[in-house]
Design a protein around this ligand. Structure first.
Ligand SMILES: C[S@@+](CC[C@H](N)C(=O)[O-])C[C@H]1O[C@@H](n2cnc3c(N)ncnc32)[C@H](O)[C@@H]1O
Length: 296
């Protein structure tokens, strides 16, 4: 179903005249930026963690699903694969990311229909109750007011419909060999994300945020990644290519902000890399929340 349409990536409203939202300039208000490197990191992250994060998420044929903050489509490919027959609307504020997402989906045959739209999830251009399900992954952590965003998302969800939220929490990162320099480098990333209006420690807040935004039946479960030398797919795909790559990417910003010195920074990243080598271990926890919009 919908294969022909989706083989070309579905419909695309990026850059249409009705679109009043602009793509932010690189790194403005979004700590990870929109570089090729970041697009690759998001893809590595999604591919490595797909089984862990998407387990239990599948939408019935014909259901209307909104993926808010789809980025380069790294999660969209998994949504489309596990929900053949669903009608997915994938939105992002970045037109460049949407273009990458569209190309990615076009290259991966699937049986869901995907409709792309450039939109601000804090100002959604949809009538009330337009969707049966919402999926929001690694997005709330970048918003200055995630509670307000969740309330706005609730408006476009039909009563009885579901929301799924997935967020990380850098406070859950611990590793061997331990290193004060490595912990400091992670702390600098947390500080920079906060300065950009986000919160890299948001995972622990998913349950209270969903509850305060008026959702019911809120359930949050930890999804833990543990990597050591016996699990090379995780040490490479998660510890090295996802987590350390994300911390390493803020080097220039951390130095420019005067948070660290080149020597200390390089020592911290070097120590983090040791955790992905023989004898090293790394732990991180994601938080996956599901909830429904109350009926009546
Ligand atoms: C870390 S990326 C996650 C992308 C994707 N969900 C994933 O897991 O790979 C965060 C995305 O949120 C988008 N974003 C940030 N603020 C937004 C907003 N107000 N409206 C829509 N998208 C937004 C960014 O452009 C970026 O693509």
């Amino acid at each position: 179903m919908g294969t022909a349409a989706t083989a070309t990536g579905g419909t695309d409203e990026t850059g249409t005249p009705e679109n009043k939202h602009r793509t932010p300039s690189p790194n403005s208000g979004y700590v990870h930026g929109y570089s090729d490197h970041e697009a690759r990191r998001l893809t590595d992250q999604a591919e490595t963690l797909a089984a862990l994060l998407h387990a239990g998420t599948a939408y019935p044929a014909g259901s209307r699903v909104l993926e808010a903050g789809c980025g380069v489509g790294a999660q969209t490919v998994h949504l489309a694969a596990s929900s053949p027959g669903a009608h997915i609307t994938a939105i992002d504020i970045s037109a460049a990311s949407l273009a990458r997402a569209r190309a990615r989906l076009a290259a991966r045959p699937h049986a869901a229909t995907v409709h792309w739209q450039q939109a601000d999830l804090t100002d959604l251009p949809y009538p009330d109750a337009s969707f049966d399900h919402l999926f929001v992954c690694f997005v709330l952590e970048h918003l200055p007011d995630p509670a307000q965003a969740l309330a706005g998302l609730r408006r476009v969800l039909r009563p009885g419909g579901s929301i799924t939220v997935i967020e990380g929490d850098h406070g859950s990162a611990f590793f061997h060999p331990d290193s004060a320099h490595a912990r400091a480098a992670i702390g600098h990333q947390v500080r920079l994300q906060a300065a950009a209006g986000g919160n890299a420690l948001l995972g622990r807040e998913v349950q209270p945020l969903l509850t305060a935004a008026g959702y019911a039946d809120v359930t949050v479960r930890p999804r833990t990644v543990y990597a050591d030398a016996t699990r090379p797919g995780l040490t490479d795909g998660f510890t090295h290519d996802t987590f350390i790559a994300m911390i390493a990417s803020v080097r220039d910003d951390a130095l420019a902000a005067g948070l660290t010195t080149e020597t200390d920074w390089d020592r911290g990243i070097g120590d983090l890399r040791r955790t992905a080598q023989e004898g090293g271990t790394f732990h991180y926890t994601f938080f996956k929340g599901t909830a429904v919009k109350p009926v009546g």
